[in-house]
Write a protein that binds this ligand. Structure first.
Ligand code: ZN
Length: 138
């Protein structure tokens, strides 16, 4: 069985952002040489997510509005976690949007549904962060 590991790096200039990382994941798949197997993609931080959904800007705006209703950033004093930090909302947003995705690899390609794409969700940006891509198979 082949095994391949790669880290992707992100330094988002804003506090929050959604980034389509499908191309980077497909590049990692080509580098791995795996034709049949599984790809795991996970955020290596507890204030960022990796998820699969539609690459549609209206939807990304809707996520932003929805997540701010669920866990508003302000006022930061409403959260017990805040004090030394101000990112309690980012921990909660990450919990809702998820840590990782697993995608089947079939015939050398990511075996997506029609509109599925992989996204990095940043909820506490403005610093360098990592995403792990792990590929196993034949
Ligand atoms: Zn924190």
């Amino acid at each position: 069985m082949k095994s391949y590991r790669k880290e992707l790096f992100f330094e988002v200039p804003t506090r929050r952002a959604f980034i389509n990382i499908t191309d980077e994941c497909e590049q990692a798949l080509r580098e791995s040489g795996v034709r049949e197997g599984l790809m795991l993609v996970n955020a290596m931080h507890i204030t960022a997510s990796v998820f699969i959904n539609d690459d549609e800007s209206g939807l990304h705006h809707d996520y932003e509005v929805w997540l701010e209703k669920l866990a508003p950033h302000e006022p930061v004093g409403q959260y017990r976690h805040n004090g030394y930090e101000d990112n309690a909302d980012a921990h909660m947003k990450r919990q809702v949007m998820g840590r990782e995705v697993v995608v089947a690899i079939t015939d050398g390609r990511l075996d997506f549904g029609t509109w599925e794409r992989i996204f990095y969700g940043e909820f506490d940006g403005r610093r360098r962060k990592r995403v792990l891509v792990k590929i196993i198979g034949e």
